[in-house]
Write a protein that binds this ligand. Sequence first.
Ligand SMILES: Cc1cc2nc3c(=O)[nH]c(=O)nc-3n(C[C@H](O)[C@H](O)[C@H](O)COP(=O)(O)OP(=O)(O)OC[C@H]3O[C@@H](n4cnc5c(N)ncnc54)[C@H](O)[C@@H]3O)c2cc1C
Length: 420
Amino acid sequence: MIDVIIIGAGPAGLTLGCYLAQEGIPCLIVEREHHPRPHVGESLMPSTVRIMREIGFHALVESAGFPHSGGVVYHPQIGFDIALAYRDFPQEGIDQDYTYHVDRARFDMLLMKHAEELGCDIVQGVSVDEVLFGDDGHAGGIRGSFAGEELFLEGKIIVDAAGRATRIGRQLGLRTDHPVLHQFALHTWCTGVDRGRHKTDDWTHVYFVPEVRGWAWQAPIDDEITSIGLVAARDAYHESNLDVQTFFHESLKGNRKLARATRHALPIDDLKGDVNYSYRLDRVCGDGWLAIGDAARFLDPVFSSGVSVAMHSARYAAERISIALESGDLSRDTFLPYEDTVFTGAAIWDDFTRLFYRLLPGFTHLLETKEHRPAMMRMIQGDVQPDSSKEILDQLRAIVRTVEEADSHPWKDELVDLPL
Ligand SMILES: Cc1cc2nc3c(=O)[nH]c(=O)nc-3n(C[C@H](O)[C@H](O)[C@H](O)COP(=O)(O)OP(=O)(O)OC[C@H]3O[C@@H](n4cnc5c(N)ncnc54)[C@H](O)[C@@H]3O)c2cc1C
C-alpha cells in the first residue's frame, strides 16, 4: 500500500510531494491533465521564495528566467500611484528583494520535474472520481480512470490537492460558497501592452476600476506577453447588459492609466472567465485525509496569495503527515493542528479582503501611513502573523467604523455594501 496518495499536481500537491520525498516518505501524485497545462495565478508573493528554497526548487526558478517583480504598484482611479518596493520591507527568511511572475504551464511543469527528481512517483492522465472510505470512516484509497480503464489504488493517507475541483469537499458536502464575496474574473494574455519605461514596469500592477469591487491586474509573462485580468462583483456584469468581451474592454478604460497601457493591446488568447470562486470547506482534514491549497479553500485573488497559500498549506500538511506515519495514528486528531493553522490564516485573509473591498481609501491610507506601512507590507508579501495582522485589521476596522458613523465624510460615498 502507498503511504500517501496526492490528488492533483498543482503547486499544492507538488510542493507536498517535495517535502515528503525529502523526508523519505513514499508518495504517489495523480494528475488529471498532462503538464505543461495553462493555469491562472501568475504573480507569486515573495513568501513563496521561502518554500522554494526549503524544497530545493529556487535555483531552478531563478534560472528559468521568469520576470522579476520588485514590488507592487496600486493605481487608484484618481490621485497618485502607490509604489511599494519589497526591498524596503525585508521579510524574515527571504534573502532576495523580488519575486516572480510565472507562466504557470512552465512553472508547474518545472515543479513536477523537480518533485520527480526528489523521488515522487507522478502519473498524469489519471482522473480521480472518488475517494474511498472504509466502514470505519477512514479514507483508504481512490477510484479513478486512466486511459479509459477504471483504476483503484489504496493509500494510508489521501490528500486532496485537486484545486477548485475540491474532490473531497464536494464528495463529503463540505464546501460552502463565500457568504458575500460573489466575484467574477476575466483574463487573457496580450501583446502590445505599454508597460512603461520605469524600474517598476515589471512589478505587480493593480488598477482600480469603477465597477463595484472592481480592479484589474497587469503581470508580465515575458518581454512580449502581458497577462491582463479584470475582477469585479458578479452583479456588476449582470447589471451592465454587455457581452463579456465588451464588458472586459470597457472596464479597462475605467482607469485612465490602464486605458493608456492597454490601448494597443492585442489578445493572443481567448478571454477566460472564473465566477464565484470564493469558498471554504467546513473541515480540511479527517480520518486518513487532508485537503490542501485551493482544495481546502479559495478566496479572492486581489492579493495574489493563492500559490503562496497552496505551498504553505503543503508545508504544514507535510509536518502532520510525517508525525502521523511515524506514530501510526492517522486519525483526524493528528491532523487537527493543520486545520487550526489553515483556519487561522484563512480568517485573517478573509477579514483583510473584506475590509479592502468595504473601503478602498482606508486600505490605501494605511499603505501611505509610515507607521502602518511595514505591517501592511508584511501581509501583502504573504507573511500572515496573527499579532501583526491583528494590528492592521483593527486599524482598518476603526477607519471603516469612523466613516460609517460620520454624518459626512469625504470617503462616505466610497463605502461598498459588503458585510464585514
Ligand atoms: C482569477 C484568478 C486570479 C488568480 N491570480 C493569482 C495570482 O496572481 N497569484 C497567485 O498566487 N494565485 C492566483 N490565483 C490563485 C491560484 O490560481 C491558485 O490558488 C493556485 O493555482 C492553487 O494551487 P493548487 O495546487 O491548490 O491548485 P491547482 O493549481 O488548481 O492544481 C490542482 C491540480 O489538480 C488537478 N485535478 C483537479 N481535479 C482532479 C481530479 N479529479 N483528479 C486528478 N487531478 C485533478 C488539476 O488538473 C490541477 O492540475 C488566482 C486565481 C483566480 C481565480
